[in-house]
Design a protein around this ligand. Sequence first.
Ligand code: NAD
Ligand code: LMR
Length: 328
Amino acid sequence: MVKACVAGASGGIGQPLSLLLKGCPLIDELSLYDVVNTPGVAADLSHISSPAVVTGYLPADDGMKKAFAGCDLVVIPAGIPRKPGMTRDDLFKINAGIVRDLIKGVAEACPKAFVLVISNPVNSTVPIAAEVLKAAGVFDPKKLFGVTTLDVVRAETFVASITGEKNPSKLNIPVIGGHSGETIVPLFSQAKPAVDIPAKDYDALVNRVQFGGDEVVKAKDGAGSATLSMAYAGFRFAEKLVRAIKGEKGVVEPSFVYLPGVAGGDAIVKATGCEFFSVPIELGPSGAEKAIDVVNSANDAEKKLLEACYTGLKGNISKGVEFIQNPP
Ligand code: NAD
Ligand code: LMR
């Protein structure tokens, strides 16, 4: 039996993500938590004739605790999105506290749950989540994931638009580092099957993967950031994780994790100087079972991108850690 919760379930990502989870035959129970509108979203989804039993909770009457109770998986897209002209770091002021409080709820109500953090800035909200779980004495690094799948999905799509691949999702392209601008590093040299990117297209392609989020923010013109593609990506990661928890072998997807707590992670920390980093992760019944070192096999152009990544990412990570260790 698998119980999943979406925290931030009434939002732009939360609703389509909850729809996809409700339609997933691997999920038996789905609880929806938000500060608004969850009774309506839950009533709506509950009419869909898939197995998952749906319930909705608001903060009143210990709603968060009830939503999280008994959960195996908590997916968190709660928090404000960007508007044009904002960086993801500009969201820190509001979203840091939202993620901190939700993770405190997880630590109390379902400390053994797998936690998938979508809320931005992911480079800082995941370290915040880790610090809160550590302080509560329940941190298992194998169970905490920053969701960077949208960067992978974008890389597949944008590469296919150049190579002519008819089904972009057949491509496997590691995108590593963090989840903002220059901290996002696509490793086209390690794509499987191999892809041939003409030299004249390389810089623009890297830039499009790194700043794909801005493309959507600009097009939405003040109405938020990526929601539908994020719901697709968040569901892709959640479903892969559930399949791996249930025993499927060979399930790999990049994710932003605390590397010292994952097998194979120490060598990557040594190479990058970053304790939190996204690399392809082999998923299994205990969660992040192995971090796959693709950093050391990056080519020269990618190594240059990685140097720029480390600087920004280290600052974002410390900012998250500081927020919990020395609260403002
Ligand atoms: P949204 O404003 O449409 O939805 C956010 C939801 O969170 C709202 O329903 C709101 O009521 C809820 N919320 C706010 N405070 C809460 C709390 N304390 N507890 C529970 N719920 C709470 O925003 P969105 O477009 O769905 O984006 C949500 C977050 O996801 C943003 O921070 C955005 O930047 C981020 N995001 C991340 C990625 C990624 O790749 N990781 C991609 C897209 C968006
Ligand atoms: C994205 O990559 O689309 C998200 O992180 C949302 C954003 O702010 O760009």
